[in-house]
Design a protein around this ligand. Structure first.
Ligand code: GTP
Ligand code: MG
Length: 340
């Protein structure tokens, strides 16, 4: 299991102080108390959102402070309330108080909100302290302080896109080119022995998670190579990306490669074949005459499979692949939200 962590400091706004004043008008004798109440401080609120996939943003900005309430004024004017700070976090974020380790909230549904630091209460002005025995109270309350604390956040990361390919297809090179993950890369098969996750930031406020898993070979479902045990890591991904090496010094026919990969997946879990997918034709920088690419492209066109020729080395083709994957992940999340 991959866990994303963040540690942030939150401070809610203080309550504004109440006010002490008396009405003083010409020709109005013995004007009463008219000090207004202070405004409440703003809260710090978490909102779970399907648009956010990771805790990355919270590692860049670690301090959040809501606005304090304003103090009350004369003539019974109440102070304005402080504005809340709303922080968007991914669905699945578990929030704990750092000091006690106590769980504050487990945000499990899109749109769910929780106050993680309560704003202070505004104090009462002296107008509130009038009683039958005290017509001119001088008493007023200060506001109470807003809650402040360090929080730890935990998110069990689930991949949005799973990379599927033969050993050496370029899966690890691709994930290193599009995310900050740095799995080992090697010109020998089975370089990758365990899954790696990488976070791809594709627009300023959207990111998605890609899983690089060890390569598959024909017969993987019978335990050949590293077997298909790692496919469980992509069973919950929204999208699969098949990587097909199209360099011509490789004997393998790209169409046969794609079909072998798909039938290995089918042997593991037939529903994986119904999963939306795209095809990446890798290593265009060293492809040779281009015949493998042409064959793969016309096969994909025939079946209306989306196909992206790319080179993780020269970065050719990466921007359009990233945009396609990002949009497909977003669309999938939107449809999950409407269906739930
Ligand atoms: N020329 C070129 N070489 C590439 C490209 N992408 C990967 N390679 C090379 O292909 C070889 C295999 O790359 P990896 O990224 O390790 O392949 P993998 O699919 O992760 O392989 P396994 O971990 O064994 O399953 C390495 O020698 C890479 O340098 C590319 O776009 N262009
Ligand atoms: Mg690898």
């Amino acid at each position: 299991m991959f866990i994303d962590h963040a540690r942030i400091y939150v401070k809610a706004g203080n309550g504004g102080s109440g006010h002490c004043s008396f009405r003083r008008e010409k020709f109005v004798p013995r004007g009463g108390p008219n000090g207004g109440d202070g405004g409440n401080g703003g809260h710090v609120i978490f909102e779970a959102s399907n648009r956010v996939s990771t805790l990355l943003d919270l590692r860049y900005q670690r301090h959040y402070e809501a606005q304090s309430g304003e103090r009350g004024l004369k003539s019974n004017q109440h102070g304005a309330m402080g504005t809340n700070v709303v922080i968007q976090v991914p669905v699945g974020t578990l929030v704990k108080a750092e000091e006690t380790g106590e769980t504050i909230v487990d945000l499990i549904a899109d749109g769910q909100t929780a106050v993680v630091a309560q704003g202070g209460k505004g104090g009462k002005g002296n107008a509130r302290f009038v009683s039958s025995t005290n017509r001119g109270p001088q008493e007023f309350e200060p506001g109470t302080p807003g809650e402040e604390r360090w929080l730890t956040l935990e998110l069990k990361l689930l991949a949005d896109v799973g990379l599927v390919g033969f050993p050496n297809a370029g899966k690890s090179t691709l994930i290193s080119a599009i995310s900050s993950a740095h799995p080992e890369i090697g010109s020998y098969p089975f370089t990758t022995l365990r899954p790696h996750l990488g976070v791809v930031e594709w627009t300023e406020d959207s990111s998605f998670v890609v899983a690089d898993i060890p390569g598959l070979i024909e017969g993987a479902h019978e335990g050949k190579g590293l077997g298909i045990q790692f496919l469980k890591h992509i069973q919950r991904t929204a999208l699969l990306l098949y990587l097909i090496d199209i360099t011509e010094w490789i004997e393998e026919n790209p169409i046969a490669s794609l079909e072998t990969l798909r039938s290995e997946l089918q042997a593991f879990d037939p529903t994986l074949l119904q999963r939306p997918f795209a095809i990446a034709a890798t290593k265009t920088d060293s492809q040779g005459e281009g015949q493998h690419l042409q064959a793969l492209q016309s096969y994909c066109a025939q079946h209306t499979y989306p196909c992206f020729p790319l080179s993780a080395v020269t970065r050719e083709g990466l921007p359009s692949l990233i945009t396609y994957l990002g949009q497909a992940v977003l669309e999938n999340k939107a449809s999950c939200t409407t269906n739930s």
